[in-house]
Ligand binder design. Structure first.
Ligand code: FES
Ligand SMILES: [Fe+2]
Length: 390
């Protein structure tokens, strides 16, 4: 008898009911989103500041920093960031720039470090970012760890992800930010997976790119030979956790359950859960032992994004069969996003200034897209109010 997680059973029952009735979770009404929400440069700049520069973003997975002294350096929206796991196992985030005359302290990538040594004039910092050594100290003049340590960013590790705020001085309480979302996110056990591959994919404007992660309405048309092969189009369960969301798609095998007694069901074989951390994180299990993590970062203008796509496998693939399965999953994820979603997105982008639409209409069957736009407005308004009060 399979073990049945009550939550998975309840999700699979909901999905099956929709399948039988040809229905899906719905928002009460359609939502009109003005085109300016996608293209207005002032609005874009404000939203980037309000959301991406102030909210905790999942910048990396814990498995990218597997041991004390592991680092992960990256450029995020033009900002040089370095995450480092200290000897105390805590992950800290810093701007990756020397406090002398600003050289990058380490190159983008991963590895281990004993300390940061600046490649320009060899200032040294420990793994907590403290200035510890100065070449030619007796000749330089007065500087100290108090005044010239690395610039730290607020950073917390939770649910197998490393969260940081990109603006120095901005703090956050990660438990408050995640709220009830932490439970489904922790249920994914992201810290136990194996990182098979990671790549950056250029794409269209951030809202256009991101909307594609939030609905299955397009799956049959855009992805008939990739992810759409495994999911039932236009069948979505939708649950919100504050600004965060979980959507669930039915797998093609879902109707097989109609032939089985519920005690026999293995619910997770028949649904696909996607966890959406506001504003830009999607964690999506597509095929059993594999998982795709996507972080969509706005480019310098409303027209572009960079998506960091990480392919995870439940364990390091060892046999030829496991290697082939993981590589096939990786290729499906790449193709579906780069060659399908973002090709459609590029088309949307190319027509968005044409005047064909004054607004886009988000369907009742696209509740997660609606929720996303409402949350963008909420956080943008909140930041505007805070700026005015200042
Ligand atoms: S810029 Fe780093 S030591 Fe001079
Ligand atoms: Fe898609």
């Amino acid at each position: 008898m399979p073990t049945q997680d009550p939550e998975a059973m309840s999700l699979v029952r909901r999905a099956l009911e929709h399948y039988c009735n040809k229905t899906t979770d719905q928002a009460p009404e359609t939502l009109s989103q003005p085109i300016s929400a996608y293209i207005d440069p002032a609005r874009f700049r404000h939203e980037v500041q309000a959301l991406f520069m102030r909210l905790p973003l999942a910048l990396a997975m814990s498995i990218e920093l597997p041991t004390p002294k592991s680092y992960r350096a990256m450029t995020v929206m033009g900002l040089p960031i370095v995450l480092i796991r200290g000897e105390d196992s805590r992950v800290r985030a810093f701007l990756n720039a020397c406090r002398h005359r600003g050289a990058l302290l380490c190159r983008d990538g991963r590895g281990t470090l004993e300390r940061f040594v600046c490649p320009y004039h060899a200032w040294q910092y420990d793994l907590r970012g403290r200035l510890t050594g100065l070449y030619g100290a007796s000749t330089f003049g007065e500087v100290s760890a108090e005044t010239h340590s690395m610039t730290e960013l607020a950073c917390e590790e939770r649910a197998g992800l490393v969260w940081a705020a990109l603006t120095p001085g901005v703090t956050f309480d990660i438990d408050e930010w995640l709220g009830d979302f932490v439970r489904p996110l922790e249920g994914l056990r992201l810290a136990n997976w194996h990182l098979y591959e990671q790549r950056d994919i250029p794409g269209p404007g951030w809202k256009i790119a991101w909307e594609g992660y939030l609905e299955s309405y397009h799956h049959n048309t855009v992805h008939p030979n990739t992810v759409g092969k495994f999911t039932i189009g236009n069948l979505t369960l939708h649950d919100t956790f504050g600004p965060h969301q979980r959507i669930v798609f039915g797998r093609r095998s879902l109707p097989e359950l109609l032939e089985q007694a519920p005690e026999q069901w293995e619910p997770d074989k028949h649904i696909r859960r996607i966890h959406l951390g506001f504003p830009n994180l999607a964690v999506s299990g597509v095929l059993g032992d594999h998982c795709l993590v996507s972080q969509v970062f706005p480019g310098p203008t409303p027209e572009t994004t960079v998506t960091r796509q990480s392919v995870l496998s439940a364990r390091e693939p060892c046999t030829e069969e496991e290697k082939a399965a993981t590589e096939a999953f990786s290729q499906i994820g790449l193709k579906a996003v780069r060659d399908e979603d973002y090709v459609i997105g590029a088309g949307v982008q190319s027509a968005i200034h044409s005047g064909a639409n004054q607004a886009f209409t988000i369907g009742r069957n696209e509740p997660a897209v609606q929720h996303f736009h409402r949350m963008v407005a909420r956080f943008a308004d909140k930041a505007r109010a805070a700026d005015t009060a200042r």
